[in-house]
Write a protein that binds this ligand. Structure first.
Ligand SMILES: Cc1cc2nc3c(=O)[nH]c(=O)nc-3n(C[C@H](O)[C@H](O)[C@H](O)COP(=O)(O)OP(=O)(O)OC[C@H]3O[C@@H](n4cnc5c(N)ncnc54)[C@H](O)[C@@H]3O)c2cc1C
Length: 395
């Protein structure tokens, strides 16, 4: 039985002693430390915080220590998360591997796959990218056509292309969905493969967006040979594995308000705009809208905590993960829409440090928030899942 009070005190003392003050300030996209072969630190504090958390295994506190995790129980790990949140500690490493692939490998990976992949991602040496979407397979993901054929010599030969691969140009490895049985029903002929991005035959092409910047890439596969032991789960049963992974992706996205992504404190930004210089309320309607937003956000936090308790108790969370992802990402959009309206022309300003903590960041984060309601399955798709799987409505 865990003495939660003593554990909480121990965690807090450790975090206070080891998390540098600058690592407790709200994070900006430029300050996110992505693990991988191109690992870079922007400051000594970032490096210290990364290394200290890595040594403790607290990139994933509840993973077994044999795979680089903290070896904690779900309850102990939750306390670590809560204390990090209370002290405003940043996530020390951002890595799709740790958030999404790792939990899936722990559940269905072979021992060899766990040994090969979990420890490097936990040490921040390997960055993962996600190869799911294709030009005609986004929401309707099961229509994907990238083909993988077993060559009889212990390899899959992969041909096709992926699109919207976030940071595909910086990924060391990709977890991908490929079609292994073209004659089977859509979902039935898909497999889940782990692909080394250095394999001959892979071409990565960044997609330039209207802003001139992009994290998106197209990835092309031309007779790419992938060892058969990089198949996760059963052949042709990748859809089952993908559903598990998407559940982790949606859970990760529902933690955005807990510091997992750059975000503003709505109240702190709004307050100077609500009152005039004499301290009088400018317009009651803004206060009402802000109060409603903060209440929604608080209600979400409480519901999120309840869902986490249910997950810890081993209850299925696939439906709740969709609800949490939908509500959290839509709330981020609502927050930034309200802030830009409240700030008037200043809310539209674009100059200055991109994503800095000042008001220049607001319009950019408004645009960023709009991407959250598409990635990981759009809001409409989450609504469909909730209607079908949670409410049991007919298709
Ligand atoms: C920031 C960002 C990062 C991403 N990163 C990755 C990545 O790393 N790897 C990866 O594989 N993919 C990635 N994606 C792609 C993402 O998964 C897809 O954009 C998403 O699944 C939607 O697919 P689509 O763009 O093809 O739109 P479509 O599927 O064409 O949808 C267009 C519109 O139609 C609506 N719609 C579609 N079907 C239905 C339906 N049945 N009912 C109601 N409405 C429907 C959608 O909600 C949407 O509004 C990323 C996307 C974004 C925005």
């Amino acid at each position: 039985m865990v003495d939660t009070k003593a554990w909480r005190a121990e965690v807090r003392a450790w975090l206070e002693a080891n998390c540098p003050a600058s690592m407790r300030l709200p994070i900006t996209p430029e300050e996110m430390v992505w693990g991988g072969s191109q690992l870079r630190f922007g400051s000594e504090d970032q490096r210290l915080w990364f290394e200290r958390m890595r040594e403790r295994g607290w990139f994933a506190p509840d993973w077994p220590s044999a795979y680089g995790g903290g070896g904690l129980s779900a309850k102990q790990a939750r306390i670590v998360e809560e204390e990090m949140l209370a002290l405003g500690c940043r996530q020390p490493q951002f890595n799709l591997g740790v958030w999404m692939l790792g939990p899936v490998l722990l559940e269905v990976g072979t021992e060899a796959q766990k040994q090969q992949h979990l420890i490097p991602m936990m040490q921040g040496r390997v960055r993962w990218c996600q190869g799911f979407s294709e030009p005609n397979a986004g929401s309707d993901l099961a229509s994907l056509r990238t083909a993988a054929v077993l060559d009889g010599q212990g390899h899959f030969v992969v041909n096709g292309s992926k699109i919207w691969t976030s940071y595909g140009d910086q990924g060391d490895w990709m977890y991908a969905l490929v079609r292994t049985d073209p004659s089977a029903n859509k979902q039935a002929g898909i497999s889940f493969l782990l692909i080394d991005m250095k394999t001959p035959g892979i071409t990565v092409k960044p997609i330039e967006l209207i802003s001139g910047k992009s994290s998106f890439c197209e990835v092309f596969f031309d007779n790419v040979r992938v060892p058969a032991d990089q198949l996760v789960g059963q052949l042709h049963d990748g859809w089952t594995v993908a559903k598990k992974l998407l559940q982790h992706e949606r859970s990760a996205m529902s933690k955005f308000s807990e510091g997992a992504a750059p975000s503003h404190d709505a109240l702190a930004v709004a307050l100077p705009y609500l009152y005039d210089q004499a301290g009088a309320l400018r317009e009651p309607v803004w206060r009402d809208r802000l109060a409603a937003l903060l209440m929604d956000s608080h209600a979400f936090t409480l519901t999120h905590q309840r869902v986490k308790q249910e997950a810890m108790a081993g209850l299925p969370i696939q439906g709740p993960a969709s609800i949490m992802k939908l509500v959290q990402t839509e709330q981020e959009v609502a927050k930034y829409e309200l802030l830009t309206q409240l700030m008037g022309l200043r809310g539209l300003s674009w100059e200055g440090d991109a994503f800095s903590a000042d008001e220049h960041a607001i319009s950019r984060l408004l645009l960023l928030s709009k991407t959250y309601i598409i990635s990981g399955g759009s809001s409409e798709i989450q609504l469909n899942i909730i209607a079908k799987r949670v409410l049991g409505l007919p298709g």
